[in-house]
Design a binder for this molecule. Sequence first.
Ligand code: SF4
Length: 330
Amino acid sequence: MNEMRKKTILSGMRPTGKLHLGHWTGALENWVALQESYNNYHLVADYHALTTNLDTSNLYQNTIDMVIDWLAGGIDPEKSPVFRQSQVKEHTELHLIFSMLITKSRLERNPSIKDQVRDLEIENIVYGHLGYPVLQAADILLYRGELVPVGEDQLSHVEITREIARRFNSTWGDVFPEPEPRVTKFARLPGLDGKDRKMSKSMNNTILLSDDPTTVDQKLRKAPTDVLKVRRNDPGRPDVCLVYTYHEKFNPGETAEIRQGCESGELGCVDCKKRCGARISEFLAPHIEGRRRYEENPSLVEDILRDGEKRARVVARETMAAVHDAMKLG
Ligand code: SF4
């Protein structure tokens, strides 16, 4: 009997250095789970990083630090190639072709661009930033990705990718699938500064996957809790408390007890945070151990990237040959 063909998934991140718990819950946890049943490609989106920051001095080190977190988190580079966008030139070629298939006004209507340029006039953003969903479409379709793991806030990008695939296929012939979004469940972990902002390095409200237990405790100590629970014995409201959200994710076995203790006033916030910190550090311990091997020998990471790039190039060239054929480019 033929083995069922595995569907292809492209997932990527900008190289922002060491990852935090929000990256784990919003993406990496899902990637690791999906690698058994799908044909995965893991992209370091280093050209995407240029859309908002032209300083490339830390790009290489940020790439290594991020990829170490991927590997320590459980990404198996034998199963799923791990590679840098900038090292597979076909990304830029396909981006150029795709940029002929979408209008400027369509890109200006992209809701996440509107969010990102909140403080700027749309006229002042660079061409590459406005067009980054087009580069993203090239990233996905170069590997003929059929599924894209995303948070709710990225659904509009997948829609642009689908529109471009349709436009290409109807203009020159069927080359690309129309990828489906696969929404990540626990996509938005709140940052240490409150429940309504997601964890993000730019907001300096993160717990890193590489933070040691002392650092985790120190960071949690400053986290806001229920404002009505002023003294230790005051009853609190777990549902409005950030720390309780972390218990739900990293300490699910004790949430009933924490809720009861908080609501009755038997549990104080200092003790509650200590328990939360201990569970998060238990969760992070194998990750920190997993990082060590690569931190001591970064050339292992370079070898993994080179191997991933070689394998990605083979697929990328096949796709571009099909593109050239369809377009009768020679
Ligand atoms: S006891 Fe825990 S859940 Fe309750 S308000 Fe304090 S930190 Fe939050």
